[in-house]
Each structure stands twice: as structure tokens, then as C-alpha cells.
Design a protein around this ligand. Structure first.
Ligand code: NDP
Length: 246
């Protein structure tokens, strides 16, 4: 292993993460991705990456576990020789109005979406600084930009991702590592398919394009930010949202 550039993606077993793995495989990267519980789904992602000609490997690793993130990055770097792209995609929701939101609902979402991205960036930054190159792409959300009733925890976590993106972009700019965020709008995945039909209908009315996006729409932006064409772009947040955040 080690001929092609290597992209490490968290939460690659389903949804946007899987689409990112396949899109980057198609773009010529080898793929290392994590999953939490979906071992079977991870196998399907592996097959899809393989069909695109990539060497791909799945790792069971919970991003809320600091030691697991450290061990993961070490293992991937040893096995592939280098990490050229990090995509922090793993994420969860625990929605509810603030008066009914438990401490646990807040902590689980913050720990997965914000803390997980922090652990991964801390480990990978060391390697990218040494290599004096690399791309980090963080999956935030339009909710981190605009806020959303019923998602105080999720909005806080996704706004935190944007803050970390901008700060780390400044820290790593001198080493030619770019750090950007993608803020998807309303994308067809398991995360949104479990929503109440009425809520889905009301969200659709707020989207100028009038339709949900696909995981591939998000993956295309990630592919651009992971490659050489984005070399002069850092610290930015790109909404992929059918105009939702205008
Ligand atoms: P899905 O629920 O479809 O997939 C979530 C992925 O994250 C799975 O691969 C899951 O792994 C992984 N994951 C969850 N918790 C952990 C954990 N603790 N450690 C490691 N991996 C974990 O979500 P989406 O594809 O819809 O979302 C992907 C990202 O995009 C998230 O960050 C989400 O917040 C963001 N986003 C999504 C939007 C949407 O409309 N869908 C809109 C805006 C942002 P496993 O299956 O193994 O549990």
C-alpha cells in the first residue's frame, strides 16, 4: 500500500460518508474509513471502493474515544505510509426542544460531532505538518450556520466544527495544509429518512431548489476540497444546500 494518495474518512459505512469514500476512490485515492456499529454496511462500502480501483480498508473506531482515534491514525499511517486527506464526517443527531433535552442528548451529539472531529484533527495535523501538505474537510451543517429549532445540541456541535475549521486553517496555513468545511442542507440519508413526514415536508418548503440533495452532491464538493484544485482555499465553509442558507 502507499502508491496513491490516501484519504481517511470517518463514518464511511453509510450515507454521505459512503458517497465520499466512493467519490474519492473514483478520483484516484486509496481509502481508509471508519464505522461505529455498521460492520455489514462497511463491507458494502469496501466493495464499492474496490469497484473504483481503490485499495480500501475499514476500521471499527468510535470517534468519541480519544485513545481509539490516536490508535486509528497510527495504524492507518503505518499501513498506508501517509495520510493525505482527512474527512471528518461521522455524526449523529438527538433532536428535541431545549426544555426536554437531557444532558446525555447534548453530550452524545457534542462528543461525536465536535469532540470526534477534534481528536481526529489533532492526530492527523501532526502528520500533515511534518509532510507540509494535506487537506482536511469537515462536514458541518447549514444548522451550524443558521440554527434550527429542536437542534440546540446539533447546532452547537456543527458551529463548533466551523470554529475549529477556521482556527486550524490559520494554524496549518504555513505548512500548506488546507482546512475547509462543507455545510450540507437537507440530504437524503438514514439521518433524514427517520424524520417525521410532516417535518420533512415543512423543511422542503424552505429550500429554494424545492428538493432534497443527495449524498453524491456533498461528495462532489468534498472531492474538490480534497484535491489540488482547491490549493488556494482555506478556512472556508461551503453550503451544499439547494439555496437553504441564502
Ligand atoms: P448517517 O446517519 O447516514 O451516517 C452516519 C455515519 O456516521 C455512519 O457511518 C455511522 O457509523 C457514523 N458514526 C456515527 N457515530 C459514530 C461514532 N461515534 N464513531 C464513528 N462513526 C460514527 O448520516 P449522514 O450520512 O446523513 O451524515 C453524515 C454527516 O453529514 C454527519 O456529520 C451529519 O451531521 C452531516 N449532515 C447530514 C445532513 C443530512 O441531511 N443528512 C445535513 C447536514 C449535515 P455506523 O453506521 O457504523 O454507526
Amino acid at each position: 500500500m502507499g502508491e496513491k494518495k490516501l484519504a481517511l474518512i470517518t463514518g464511511g459505512s453509510r450515507g454521505i460518508g459512503r458517497a465520499v469514500c466512493v467519490r474519492l476512490a473514483k478520483a484516484g485515492y486509496d481509502i481508509a474509513f471508519t464505522y461505529s456499529r455498521g460492520a455489514e454496511a462497511a463491507q458494502e462500502t469496501l466493495k464499492l471502493c474496490d469497484a473504483e480501483g481503490a485499495t480500501a480498508k475499514a476500521y471499527q473506531a468510535d470517534v468519541t474515544d480519544s485513545a481509539a482515534c490516536t490508535a486509528l491514525v497510527k495504524q492507518v499511517a503505518e499501513e498506508f505510509g501517509h495520510i493525505d486527506v482527512l474527512v471528518n464526517n461521522a455524526g449523529v443527531t438527538r433532536d428535541g426542544l431545549i426544555m426536554r433535552m437531557s444532558d446525555e442528548d447534548f453530550d452524545v451529539v457534542m462528543n461525536t460531532n465536535a469532540r470526534g472531529a477534534f481528536y481526529m484533527m489533532r492526530e492527523v495535523s501532526r502528520l500533515m505538518m511534518r509532510a507540509r501538505s494535506g487537506h482536511i474537510v469537515n462536514i458541518s451543517s447549514v444548522v451550524g450556520v443558521m440554527g434550527n429549532a429542536g437542534q440546540v445540541n446539533y447546532a452547537a456541535s456543527k458551529a463548533a466544527v466551523i470554529g475549529m475549521t477556521k482556527s486550524l486553517a490559520r494554524e496549518l496555513a504555513g505548512r500548506h495544509v488546507n482546512v475547509n468545511a462543507v455545510a450540507p442542507g437537507f440530504i437524503k440519508t438514514d439521518m433524514t429518512m427517520v424524520m417525521d413526514e410532516k417535518i420533512r415536508e415543512s423543511i422542503l418548503k424552505t429550500i429554494p431548489f424545492g428538493d432534497m440533495g443527495t449524498a453524491e452532491d456533498v461528495a462532489n464538493m468534498v472531492a474538490f476540497l480534497s484535491g489540488d484544485e482547491s490549493r488556494y482555499i482555506t478556512g472556508q465553509v461551503f453550503c451544499v444546500d439547494g439555496g437553504m442558507a441564502i
